[in-house]
Design a binder for this molecule. Structure first.
Ligand SMILES: Nc1ncnc2c1ncn2[C@@H]1O[C@H](COP(=O)(O)OP(=O)(O)O)[C@@H](O)[C@H]1O
Ligand SMILES: Cc1cn([C@H]2C[C@H](O)[C@@H](COP(=O)(O)OP(=O)(O)O)O2)c(=O)[nH]c1=O
Length: 225
C-alpha cells in the first residue's frame, strides 16, 4: 500500500533552535516506519548548495538574494522534494519560502508583491496537479526573541553574512515570520523556543500528535500517494 508524502518545513531566526531539533523529529517518523528525507534551504541539491555558498558569503542586493534563493528552491523542488513526496517519504526541510519573505522581504525591506509572484512561478508545475502551489503541509516556527537568539549564537559558531546582521534586522525578520504565520494559521505551528530543549521537544511532539502524526500513527499514513 502506498503512503502519502509529508512536507514539513522548520523556520525561525538564526539561533532559534531548528537544527537542534530536526533530527528528533526525523527519529520520531522513522520509529513509525517512515522513510525520512532531511534537507535544507538554501541548498538541498549540488546546484542549490553552490547558490547557498554565494548567498551566505557574497555581498549582493536584496533582489539578487531573492532570485538566488528561488532559483535554488526550483532545483530543490524538481530534483529532490517532489520525487521524495511521490515516493511517500517524509520531507523535513530546514527553511523554505517563508525564510525568503522573512529575510529578503521583512529583513531587507524587499517588496513582498514580487516575492509572491516568484513563489507562484517556482512552486507550481512541480506537483502531480500542475496548478497546485507546492508548499509545506506543516511549517514549524521556532519563535525566539532576537536578543536570546543572539546570546545563544555568541557561544555557537562564526557568524555568516546573515548571522552578523544587527539585532534590528532580526527584529524585522521575526516580525516577517509572525506576519507569514498570521496569513497561514492552518499551515503554521508556533513553538515557544525560549524554553529549555526538553520543553521545546514536548511542544514539537504535541504538534505532531495534533496533526495525527504522533507515535503509533503509522496506520493513519496509509493511503493514496
Ligand atoms: N532550547 C535551547 N536552549 C538553549 N540553547 C539552545 C536551545 N536550543 C538550541 N540551543 C543552542 O543554540 C544554538 C543555536 O541552535 P541551532 O539549533 O543551531 O539554531 P538554528 O538552527 O535555528 O540556527 C546552538 O548552540 C544550540 O546548541
Ligand atoms: C532559505 C533562505 C535562507 N536565508 C538565510 C537565513 C539564514 O541566515 C541563512 C542560512 O540558513 P541556515 O541554513 O538556517 O543557516 P545555519 O545552518 O548557519 O543556521 O540563509 C535567506 O536569507 N533567504 C532564504 O530564502
Amino acid at each position: 500500500m502506498s503512503r502519502t508524502g509529508l512536507f514539513i518545513s522548520f523556520e525561525g531566526i538564526d539561533g532559534a533552535g531548528k537544527s537542534s531539533h530536526i533530527s528528533e523529529v526525523a527519529d520520531a517518523f522513522r520509529a513509525q516506519g517512515r522513510c525520512v528525507l532531511l534537507t535544507r534551504e538554501p541548498g538541498g541539491t549540488p546546484l542549490a548548495e553552490k547558490l547557498r555558498a554565494l548567498l551566505l558569503a557574497d555581498a549582493m542586493d536584496p533582489l539578487t538574494e531573492a532570485l538566488l534563493a528561488f532559483a535554488g528552491r526550483r532545483d530543490h523542488l524538481v530534483q529532490v522534494i517532489e520525487p521524495a513526496l511521490a515516493r511517500g517519504d517524509v520531507v523535513l526541510c530546514d527553511r523554505f519560502t517563508d525564510a525568503t519573505f522573512a529575510y529578503q522581504g521583512a529583513g531587507r525591506g524587499f517588496d513582498c508583491g514580487p516575492l509572491a509572484v516568484l513563489e507562484r512561478m517556482v512552486q507550481t508545475g512541480v506537483a502531480p496537479d500542475p496548478m497546485r502551489l507546492r508548499e509545506p503541509d506543516l511549517t514549524v516556527w521556532f519563535d525566539l526573541p532576537p536578543e536570546v537568539a543572539a546570546e545563544r549564537l555568541s557561544h555557537a559558531r562564526l557568524p555568516d553574512r546573515f548571522e552578523s546582521q544587527p539585532l534590528e534586522f532580526f527584529r524585522r525578520v521575526a516580525q516577517g515570520y509572525a506576519d507569514r504565520a498570521a496569513g497561514a494559521p492552518q499551515r503554521f505551528a508556533r513553538i515557544d523556543a525560549n524554553q529549555e530543549r526538553g520543553v521545546v521537544w514536548q511542544q514539537l511532539q504535541a504538534v505532531l500528535v495534533a496533526r495525527g502524526w504522533g507515535p503509533g500513527a503509522a496506520a493513519a499514513h496509509e493511503g493514496a500517494a
